[in-house]
Write a protein of this length. Structure first.
Length: 214
């Protein structure tokens, strides 16, 4: 039985088409069946203000914002998210399952833009200003080959956002960034092979959650 004396904060990370949305919903359903209260949220978004910023960030031309502007916008949305959604839910004893969080900012704006990337020191300073010393209890990083991930994105028959329309070199750097982040944070991050059936992945995630929070 999972210890539900307090809420836990679990984030899902990974490149485009890795299956984050599917897996976060499956974990939410599992927790509900176990009688554990949890909420689903996402970044950027999660609040009225955050969703407005999401619209600004994801729509339009690829060069609409430079990496520094993107980090500033993500930081503003994240502070709203923390104050108005995440902290209140955790204080109620609910689990918070979040589709992307600060690791996405590090991976996308800190690595994937190459020479135009924002320094990790600057990203960390903005994180501490907007969030403080608060981090997820567990981060699940879904890893998938770039070509397969992009194929899945194209197969959705949905509008492509600014980040899904980048060049393949961007996604290769992004994948490497997530692997590096996972290796640098072994106590918090778990890298999971996403090139399997959603049922197999879900089973591994549930086993992981049981081990961590029993």
């Amino acid at each position: 039985m999972i210890n539900n004396k307090k809420g836990f904060f679990i984030t899902f990370e990974g490149g485009e088409g890795a299956g984050k949305s599917t897996q976060i919903k499956m974990l939410h359903e599992y927790l509900s069946n176990e009688g554990i209260a949890s909420i689903l949220t996402r970044e950027p978004g999660g609040t009225k203000g955050g969703e407005a910023i999401r619209e600004l960030l994801l729509t339009g031309e690829g060069d609409k914002w430079d990496p520094v502007s993107e980090v500033l916008l993500f930081s503003a949305a994240r502070r709203e998210h923390i104050l108005k959604e995440i902290f209140p839910a955790l204080s109620r004893g609910q689990w918070v399952l979040c589709d992307r969080f600060s690791d996405s900012t590090v991976a996308y704006q800190g690595y994937a833009y190459g020479s135009k990337s924002v320094s990790l020191e600057e990203i960390d300073i903005l994180y501490r200003i907007s969030v403080g010393n608060f981090y997820p209890d567990l981060t699940i990083v879904l890893d998938i080959p770039v070509e397969e991930g992009l194929s899945r994105v194209k197969g959705r028959n949905e509008a492509i956002n600014r980040f899904e329309a980048k060049e393949i070199e961007f996604y290769e750097k992004l994948r490497s960034a997530y692997i590096s982040i996972s290796k640098s944070n072994p106590d918090r991050c778990v890298l999971i092979d996403a090139l399997r059936s959603k049922e197999e992945i879900n089973s591994e995630i549930i086993s992981l959650v049981k081990r961590r929070f029993c």
